[in-house]
Design a protein around this ligand. Structure first.
Ligand code: HEM
Length: 232
């Protein structure tokens, strides 16, 4: 046997450290699952990677301070977060492009995750033995929506304040712990103090990425092990 083949065989058998994928186990040759709708999970992940890179860059310039202050130039009420957005858009080199990429990748991710879920549902791929991955997917859907909501708050403009007020009222409507939960998440539930910006910034750049990345790795590891389902 040629030396190169021998090395490959040894690497794939004796010295192999990872479990064999479904495709390897059953020696699948067909690539029917490359149909476009089967790419939606991958597209969600690519969008997430772009969001992570552009988000890290935005983090160098964004200031998570929503507290009321007076604009020195106009004497009108404003806040540090909103002012830092103006700097990103007008003064930081390529800042508006980085923000634009972050904005549109977020839209693409929300749409792709939803359509991916529809694809999984309509091909019956959620059925046995993939129940666990469907449940992981449901949590990933919620994580994606919370990413969107928290990101929408961060520019600290009029739209953000509207969304924050809706969020406060929805949280307060929860039974028993509504008011406490709203205070924890937004800082102040009667008048909108700017504290909500720092709280949701932390959720947006630390908690959700941590949970989301872990679950995505688990979700895709399961796909790798179980293979992509044949349509039922
Ligand atoms: C951040 C969000 C998500 C990412 C990055 C992601 C990624 C992926 C990838 C790359 C695949 C391989 C097949 C494909 O692309 O169609 C896949 C499969 C799968 N996903 Fe997701 N997914 C996400 C959200 C969801 C959601 C919301 C659900 C359902 C509630 C879900 C349920 C599943 C299931 C059951 C499979 C196995 C499908 C099969 O074997 O044909 N995923 N996911």
């Amino acid at each position: 046997m040629p030396y190169a083949d021998l090395t490959r065989v040894v690497l794939e058998t004796d010295q192999r450290q990872v479990p064999r994928s479904h495709a390897e186990k059953y020696e699948l040759k067909t690539i029917w699952y490359w149909y476009p709708l089967y790419c939606l999970g991958g597209i969600s992940f690519v969008a997430f990677v772009i969001l992570t890179i552009t988000g890290i860059l935005l983090g160098f310039f964004y200031v998570p301070d929503g507290r009321l202050q007076l604009d020195t130039a106009t004497s009108l009420p404003t806040n540090g977060a909103y002012l830092s957005m103006l700097v990103i858009m007008n003064n930081v080199p390529f800042g508006f492009i980085i923000r634009g990429m972050h904005h549109w990748s977020a839209h693409v991710m929300i749409a792709a995750v939803f359509l991916h879920m529809c694809r999984v549902y309509f091909t019956g791929a959620y059925k046995k033995p993939r129940e666990l991955n469907w449940l992981l997917g449901v949590i990933l859907m919620l994580v994606t929506i919370m990413f969107g909501y928290s990101g929408y708050l961060l520019p600290a403009n009029a739209l953000s304040e509207g969304a924050a007020n809706i969020g406060i009222n929805m949280t307060r409507a929860s039974p028993v712990i509504g008011d406490q939960l709203a205070t924890l998440l937004f800082g102040d539930i009667n008048t909108l103090s700017g504290v909500y910006i720092l709280r949701w910034y932390w959720i947006h750049v630390f908690i959700l990425p941590l949970v989301g990345t872990g679950l995505m790795v688990l979700h895709m590891a399961l796909v790798w092990l179980q293979g992509v389902a044949e349509p039922h």
